[in-house]
Design a protein around this ligand. Structure first.
Ligand code: FAD
Length: 655
């Protein structure tokens, strides 16, 4: 029998869904002593979320996993709306292509949550030996308030129990989910790595129960969050009357748009059709099956057959059937939000644990991953001793407003599907227009193009001399992605990739037109400031504590000039901007050029214009580890950049 053990960890992450894995990614990148536990005995293999928004994909690029999504996922950019025409027959409206105004290398894609989790897990393994401990449930929590902010204290005590059964798969709360395994198909749809994962998990049976003491806890444990309960944080909102069925099938149908993203509205309801990888199609279907006696939602009456029958009715006269059903679920929409995302600046909750809504907006996983991404690096940086705990407060401040927006969006969007019984009320055209209006109203938010992060130690809105009304580098927002050429090689890359999520802050020097003598002189002066060694700790490149075994400096400098690529040389730039490493030679990857490439139209030499920065004079800006802008200024404002960092980073040798 297992014996209780006691252990210490710096960070305990409860829940290894999308948000927990993103938080764990940062623990891996910063080399933090962290554990991540999940009560499910295995990872997710089928079903669950599948929609990936632009911003999530940009973050994936910065993590080095986007190419894997690209390889496997299905694109979903155009949307069609099917509505009854004048004679009641189904008619296509569209296609409509939302979101094209935004410049992003990526667009909406669809892929099973199982694969997305695989990619993040692989990245965690690449950078650390952190492994998800599955079949481990967190139970009983105690917080000792005495140590306050003492960085060496372990004020959190959690009891971990090994379980071999998974209550979730039996259908907890208002959701039931089912992986169906018709012969032959499960083998082909679950990738080989996942077969290995399953086998590995089954072998690790006897881990003892354990009492874990932690400095920080991040609860990423889903809508029924245990952590949220332990922190006494309420979950405000309500369940709605609307009940939905979801089926992932390979349909056999003559409906022409079955392989296109579309909605279909008929007097029997509105369904959402989502084409997926490997010829799968996901359908969201209204299934309002109430118990006649008590008038309440009766989940037991919702079966794949009932969902199929409703699809057949809505799609008629088109035929609809399937042989292969990969996964299905039924859920009742609940719209809830936690008023606070943290307690004591030591315990944090993220993802579905702090916001739930209908899956139809396709945002829960995206928002959850971005929550985990937001809190993960902050906790890691504080635990590593490099940053002041004041940055942890920004997690709630930055993410809570977005969760509110998520619920507002969901209310409007889900409402479009629940008025299905009166599709003719405003006419077919009216219905399509209303849907498009909602999509457009929330587009920036939903795609993650706008973050609305406010003033904080990590976001300095009052930047230096740069005119923020014309500059598109806005503190608190993402860096608008552009393609740049590496000076030494001439090769090109998106900034989403260039600004790698490796834990460093990037000080980006937009060097301007370095062919001009006066500008070159300004650059020299800036470089001299960045490389000065007297007084000690005065260069912001070496001033702050580094993280042992990771990067040499917490602040990395990258230069992007605007002169034509052939007109200048890597070695023309001051050495401080392209330092020599005794082992790896010159830092070729630090000098970049905003010039066009004949072979790539995305690399158009207009980065400065897109960023709203003067091509001759340039500017300087700071990108946080999570790819949001922290500060913008002129070369001459560089002391203010130091002040920005001094607001939360600890200087070397504890000074
Ligand atoms: P979860 O994924 O719920 O993970 C929580 C984890 O915590 C679970 O693995 C659970 O086992 C574990 N856990 C819970 N309690 C404990 C405990 N006490 N101890 C240890 N472990 C514990 N989102 C999108 O963005 N796009 C979509 O297209 C989309 N489609 C969806 C379709 C459906 C049918 C559903 C149901 C959801 C969809 N979502 C979508 C939403 C998305 O799945 C969730 O928002 C997302 O999974 C939330 O991630 P999370 O990590 O916060 O929580």
């Amino acid at each position: 029998p297992a014996v209780d053990a006691e252990s210490h960890t710096d960070v305990l992450i409860v829940g290894a869904g999308p948000s927990g894995l993103m938080a764990a990614y940062w623990m891996a990148r910063y080399g933090i002593r962290a554990r991540i536990v999940d009560k499910r005995p295995t990872k997710v293999f089928t079903g669950h979320a599948d929609g990936l928004r632009m911003r999530t994909l940009e973050l994936f690029d910065s993590m080095g996993i986007q190419h894997r999504v690209d390889h496997e996922a299905q694109s979903a950019v155009d949307v069609n709306f099917w509505v009854p025409g004048e004679k009641g027959q189904l008619m296509r409206q569209g296609p409509i292509t939302p979101g094209q105004a935004h410049h992003s290398p990526f667009h909406h894609m669809l892929l099973s949550q199982a694969r997305i989790e695989d990619f993040i897990l692989d990245s965690i393994r690449e950078h650390s030996d952190i492994e998800v401990e599955r079949g481990v449930i967190a139970e009983s929590f105690h917080y000792d308030e005495t140590p306050g902010e003492d960085p060496n204290a372990y004020p959190i005590t959690v009891q971990l129990r090994r379980i071999l059964d998974d209550p979730q798969e039996k259908g907890q709360g208002s959701q039931a989910s089912h992986s169906t395994k018709p012969s032959g198909f499960d083998q082909s749809n679950v990738p080989p790595e996942d077969h290995n994962n399953l086998a590995e998990q089954n072998q690790k049976a006897h881990v003892p129960n354990e009492t874990v003491r932690a400095k920080y806890i991040i609860g990423c444990d889903g809508a029924h969050s245990w952590t949220r309960g332990q922190l006494n944080i309420p979950f405000e909102g309500e369940s709605t009357e609307h009940v939905w069925g979801v089926i992932d099938t390979i349909p056999i149908t003559d409906f022409p748009d079955i392989r296109r993203l579309c909605t279909v509205t008929s007097p029997h309801g509105t369904i959402l059709v989502i084409p997926r990888e490997k010829q799968l199609v996901r359908l969201y279907v209204p299934v309002q099956i109430m118990d006649e006696e008590n008038g309440r939602f009766d989940r037991s009456k919702i079966t794949p057959e009932a969902i199929k029958a409703r699809v057949q009715a809505i799609l008629a006269p088109y035929k609809f059937d399937y042989q292969i059903l990969d996964w299905w679920t039924a859920y009742q929409i609940g719209r809830r939000i936690a008023p606070s995302f943290s307690r004591w600046n030591r315990a944090f909750i993220a993802g579905d644990a702090v916001h739930t809504h209908s899956p139809k907006v396709g945002l829960g996983m995206n928002m959850s991953m971005q929550d985990g991404f937001n809190i993960g690096w902050k906790v890691a940086l504080v635990v590593s001793g490099a940053a002041d705990p004041c940055i942890l407060q920004t997690y709630h401040e930055e993410r809570h407003r977005l969760a509110e927006l998520l619920l507002e969006f969901d209310k409007l969007w889900a409402g479009m599907f629940t008025q299905e019984n009166k599709p003719a009320a405003r006419g077919a055209q009216g219905k399509t227009e209303s849907m498009m209006q909602v999509v457009e109203q929330f587009q920036d938010f939903a795609d993650g193009i706008k973050a609305f992060y406010g003033e904080s130690p990590l976001v300095c809105k009052q930047s230096g001399g740069v005119n923020l009304t014309t500059c598109n580098l806005i503190p608190g927002e993402r860096v608008p992605p552009v393609k740049l050429r590496m000076q030494a090689e001439g090769n090109n890359v998106w900034t989403t990739r260039l600004f790698e999520s490796n834990g460093q802050f990037k000080l980006v020097v937009l060097a301007g037109d370095v062919r001009e003598v006066a500008q070159k002189q300004r650059l020299e002066t800036l470089s001299a400031f960045l490389s000065r060694s007297e007084p000690p700790n005065s260069s912001l490149l070496t001033r702050y504590s580094s993280i042992r075994g990771r990067s040499k400096s917490l602040v990395d400098v990258l230069t992007v000039h605007s002169a034509p690529w052939p007109d200048t040389e890597f070695f023309h730039f001051p050495e401080a901007l392209r330092p020599l490493d005794p082992v790896f030679g010159w830092s070729y990857g630090k000098i970049w050029c905003d010039d066009s490439c004949s072979w790539d139209r995305d690399c158009d030499g207009r980065a400065y214009e897109k960023w709203g920065v003067d091509r001759k004079r340039g500017a300087v800006f700071i990108v946080r580890p999570d790819q949001y802008i922290g500060w913008v200024g002129e070369f001459e404002d560089i002391e203010k950049a130091t002040k920005y960092f001094d607001g939360f980073l600890k200087t070397s040798k504890g000074e």
